[in-house]
Design a protein around this ligand. Structure first.
Ligand code: VTB
Ligand code: MG
Ligand code: MG
Length: 329
């Protein structure tokens, strides 16, 4: 028998019941199937709303006492999956839930790769509570490097140099993933000046961060730049499961943003969040592909059945599962 050292029960008992791994797959599957009906239709709102409604409905069937800590907006802004909403059947473990029902909504509306439906389930209090509409500066690398070889406050040049040195390769063999935005023009120039290859993505930095931790499969060594703050927490949860380093720093450059952050308890604007400040304790991460992507296939809608492809993982055991499912319709 092959001995699996990490999941053979030798360690402290996990706080989250493991059957919840499969339960949350059902939720992202439903969200993805609903959004898939809106692929390529150019209607971002409708696609997002469909994913929200389906996830919300499926979540209510799980035996948890869940609390949404990262949702679609604040209570007065959205009907479902708002911050503070209680979800689940109301019996079972008290947990925190973070969602991005349609990560990469533009990708879905244009039927381009890598739009996903994402859910994280964590121990109560495990996740940094951040509101939508806030941005976070992020840096992420894969596992196997010495601690803190890159730092969010260092320049991009310093970071890629440190990474190349640790990897034992020239800078020309480093690939950085960056969101293609005007705000990143100087970052992209700086990286290219160093000789680094820059992979630009039009959206979807949860996938971007995960890709940086799967260098062997993706060729991406580092993720850099700013994107949605909730996506930062969700990505950190994923990295807790697959290994890697990440830091985040919220961009709170106006009184309005600072007020928004304060409403979820964030009062120190300059805090640098380590990966465990973003997502601590036992966390489960699930993402189902909506459009085809490099991690998962998109939803296949057929007359009689529907196929979904999901990645689901857990930090305690560091198990990564790919769940391919066929659903009757
Ligand atoms: C970011 C990124 C997301 O949207 O939130 C981005 O983190 C929005 O950035 O992954 P802009 O406001 O500059 O468009 C995504 O790409 C998709 O939700
Ligand atoms: Mg969203
Ligand atoms: Mg998103």
């Amino acid at each position: 028998m092959v001995k699996l050292t990490k999941s053979d029960g030798a360690r402290a008992p996990a706080s989250i019941a493991r059957h919840l791994t499969l339960e949350i797959v059902r939720v992202t599957e439903r969200g993805a199937i609903a959004a898939a009906g809106w692929r390529g239709k150019g209607d971002e709102r409708a696609a997002d709303a469909a994913a929200v409604e389906a996830m919300s409905h499926e979540l209510s069937r799980i035996d948890i006492r869940g609390r949404v800590v990262i949702g679609e907006g604040e209570r007065d802004e959205v009907k479902a999956l708002y911050i503070g909403e209680e979800v689940g059947s109301g019996t079972g473990l008290e947990v925190d839930i973070a969602v991005d029902p349609l990560e990469g909504v533009t990708l879905c509306a244009k039927n381009q790769p890598d739009s996903i439906c994402v859910l994280v389930l964590a121990e109560r209090g495990g996740l940094l509570n951040v509101s939508r509409n806030l941005y976070m500066n992020k840096i992420a690398i894969g596992p196997g490097y010495p601690e803190d070889i890159v730092h969010i406050d260092a320049s991009a040049e310093e970071n890629v140099n440190a990474l190349a040195k640790a990897k034992g390769v020239p800078l020309s063999e480093i690939t950085a993933c960056v969101l293609d935005r005007p705000r990143h023009t100087s970052l992209i120039e700086e990286l290219r000046r160093c000789g680094v290859s820059v992979k630009l993505i039009s959206d979807g930095d949860i996938a971007g961060v995960i890709h940086a931790a799967q260098t062997d499969e993706t060729g991406i060594d580092i993720y850099l730049g700013s994107g949605g703050a909730p996506e930062g927490v969700l990505a950190a949860a994923a990295l807790r499961c697959i290994g890697g380093q990440m830091q985040g720093k919220l961009i709170l450059d106006t009184p309005e943003k600072r007020a928004r952050a304060a409403r979820t308890g964030i009062t120190k604007p300059d805090t640098i969040y380590s990966i465990t400040d973003l997502a601590a304790g036992d966390v489960l991460f699930a993402a189902t592909g909506i459009t085809d992507g490099s991690m998962m296939s998109g939803v296949r809608l057929r007359r009689n059945n529907v196929d979904t492809s999901t990645i689901v993982m857990r930090s305690w055991s560091q198990t990564v599962r790919w769940v391919n499912a066929r659903h009757a319709r």
